[in-house]
Design a protein around this ligand. Sequence first.
Ligand code: GAL
Length: 667
Amino acid sequence: MPDKYFDFIIHGGDYNPDQWIKTKEIWDEDMRLMKLSHVNSATIGIFSWAILEPEEGVYNFGWLDEIMDKAAENGISVILATPSGARPAWMAKKYPEVLRVEESGIRNEYGVRHNHCLTSPIYREKVRNINRKLAERYKNHPALKMWHISNEYSGECHCPLCQQAFRDWIKEYYHNSLDELNDKWWNGFWAHQIDSWDEISSPKFRGENHVSALKLCWKRFVTDSHISFLENEIAPLREITPDIPVTTNMMRMYDGINYQKMAEHLDIISWDNYPAWGTGDYGYVSSETAFVHDTFRSMKEGKPFFMMESTPSIVNWFDINKIPAPGTQTLGAVQAVAYGADSVQYFQWRKARGGHEKYHGAVVDHCGHENNRVFREITKTGEVLEKLGKVTGGRSEAKAAIICDWENIWATKYFCGYNNKHRDYEKECVKWYAPFHKRGITADVISLDADFDKYDVIVAPFLYMLKNDTEEKIIRFVEKGGRFVTTYLFGCVDTDDRCYLGGFPANRLKDVFGVYCEETDSIPESFDRKATYKGKEYSVNHICDVIHTTGAKVLGEYKTDFYAGEPSVTVNDYGKGKAYYVAFRNDGELADDICRDIIGEADIRTDVNFEIPTELTVRKRGDYIFIMNFSDSDKEIVLDKKYKDVLSDSEISGAITIKSLGYSVIE
Ligand code: GAL
């Protein structure tokens, strides 16, 4: 599959013309407004099954033909959705098995969306049929540019069909051996011995919810069910429209599906980006958003991705939906492109008149015309994106990576012990990503399955669970000269959440890091505990390991508690590389200080040759450098040479001012 599908940035969003079928003059007005706002794409049909197939086997494509033709006439690219996210009422009535069963064992009634069983053969067949119809009908349509599979796959079903599929999955996973299963789940504990496969069922509040290996298996199974559901959806599309790429929109760090695994089944990665700008903490929110962009960018080894949704103004589902400062939307769009997106898309094009999302931001408000602030800002964004077409397909090269592994998102939540209140695995990953982001250094965000060898520095915060080959990969990486940084609770368990024996971290990693962990302490919030790194003092927040060195150099020590004087940060020379152990969590500057030093030692260059003032964010993508200001005051930056200012098409050099919530793109 190519790196780029379009020579321009896709600008558009979810469009529901079917909601306006009785007032079709609005369709023509939409076309006019799309062109006016420099919108060039529409995602259609996401939840349209009930209108596409009003009765079983009776199809109604007339409206879609009409709107597809209109789109083509007006130069709008259509991203056509498969409608599986919400099934028609007739289907639920006739085939109750398509409805989802909740953990309680009770089958849901018809309603909402994502309320379907992932295993149901009937539902899968119905999905294949409607997808085949869509593909056959529009395979040669000039507007069709991409398939949008379903919408935000999520949730799980506990019906008898899913239970049986889960048992079959487990049986295969443990090589048809109950002995292996009992051993890996450590079922001697609490009389958990399983004697027959049919004794297994999904984790439940009223049933088994204390076997972490079962919970991990369930997540893996739910991921695989989604993947096979996805493949079932894609099959007719690939057969009939082999050249049209497929994507499905993912949701940030949603922990219900291992996205890093699902990514392999898609041509283009896409995700829905709803930053919490309304909190007012633009510094943190922009860094966290960059982290998520990099997570999705890294899923296909740096290939550009799509930002399939974002809001033109506000959402309707935060507790308090504060309107972000004017300019935030355009800056967020520029940020997405800087970090690897080849699209800026919205939920939603036009506000619905009724329904649950009628107060969710849209390009076209209930007023229905272009004379409003949001429409003007989107138009501005559209103008900017038109000038950035050359950026499409461009990549950013990373010498550093943060490991944020989806299976560890699960594993770090499921074990019981130490600090049960503060786990925050993803937040820890963002914390260790931020120092790279802040310095204009591209960092990939990778899973344990990624290739480690292409990086100079890898930071693996709170890497609690290891896969079978992780130990070997880390050893090879450090031996060959890499710098590997890890923190507390490192290398404790295998993929069944069974502890490694012989002390933590696992096996030979003790030699690599030159330390062993003797105990792990948890710190109540009201306790004031301190540790140092290179003489500077930091608070110990929430959790820390009591470690001892067996060869590592000590870079800091605990100042309080019975382990005062023991090491808090160490580094070990191993092979040609270095292995760092940061034994305590700190919510302040520790990660930044350590990364600053390692970046210097490893001589990782920033992506640019000029200094980046604090509060400005810089990112290089291909030949383009994006400079962004998420702060509330204007900032100056001094360029090292002459560049071309891409947006004004003029030469630029020396000191330039980037306005608050402003940006500049230079070549
Ligand atoms: C997304 C979803 C859209 C819409 C949007 C509202 O998660 O895919 O359909 O509901 O949220 O923010």
